[in-house]
Design a protein around this ligand. Sequence first.
Ligand SMILES: NC(=O)c1ccc[n+]([C@@H]2O[C@H](COP(=O)([O-])OP(=O)(O)OC[C@H]3O[C@@H](n4cnc5c(N)ncnc54)[C@H](OP(=O)(O)O)[C@@H]3O)[C@@H](O)[C@H]2O)c1
Length: 286
Amino acid sequence: MKIALLGANGQLGRDLQPALSMSDVTALTRNELDVTDSAGSRAVLMDLRPNVILNTTAYHRVDDCESRPEMAFQVNALAVLNLVRIANDLDAVLVHISTDYVFDGNARQPYTESSQPFPLSVYANSKLAGEFLIRAISRKYFLIRTCGLYGVAGSHGKGGNFVETMIAKAKRGESIRVVNDQVITPTYTVDLAHQIARVLPTTHYGLYHMTNEGQCTWYEFARAIFELSGIDANLTPTTSELYKVPATRPRYSVLENARLKELGLNQMRHWRDALEAYLKEKSFGR
Ligand SMILES: NC(=O)c1ccc[n+]([C@@H]2O[C@H](COP(=O)([O-])OP(=O)(O)OC[C@H]3O[C@@H](n4cnc5c(N)ncnc54)[C@H](OP(=O)(O)O)[C@@H]3O)[C@@H](O)[C@H]2O)c1
């Protein structure tokens, strides 16, 4: 299998490289392939002729997207349309990563692949637009929604992941307030990368939810980070009402890996076990 991996310097992109080591992977950073350059992207991919185009790129500074909707739609939707068309021309499989934020958070039980999206922010709308383009036009695709990613490489696009940010704040002795009314499933990019590698050789194309198991609020996640790393922190819970940010987030965006479970392919562990593994990998563990 010949794979073109886009966004290779990101946290998921980095962890996909060892997870896909049995395949012939060409890792492309933004310098080598900028997805907003349609002609340039086409030239690189037509020259490479991969069987799989694996797109981990996104413009996902969620709050900045509110004031930069053109940029959000350019990267998260229009560039995706270009990749769909290239993949179709090459008869290649397109793998694309979407988000739990496509849901409005009014549910009280995990969203499955058949739940109805209703995005609340510009970022979420742009990601859903990318999803629609894939589902409408792509011939062979894996469209993967995930949630709360953290990985050893840290998120370039977001200026660091949540775990790194929490630990850095605690080490600086800052008081830390974290919302306790948004429920998610934090997901380790190593686990997601291996789950993608498990599904990729199959022809079970379509939409998937892929997160670690279990659920917690962002505050509970932060508390677990400090418990498991043994780092002292001045941490207090707050509410979305008090912690004002430009983009509205869903209050509940837990995803059920329903399709993976139906196919007997789910290998995702509990988020707490995954966090422990990440902290050890980063040498933050006890
Ligand atoms: N992070 C989360 O919590 C989360 C949650 C749900 C879904 N997702 C989705 O998961 C995917 C991977 O996220 P991640 O956390 O691994 O992101 P990340 O660490 O920020 O990596 C994204 C990569 O995409 C690259 N990129 C951005 N714009 C590009 C462009 N125009 N052309 C080419 N490359 C570009 C970035 O390049 P630079 O290194 O040059 O910036 C970066 O290396 C994204 O689709 C995201 O929407 C993320």
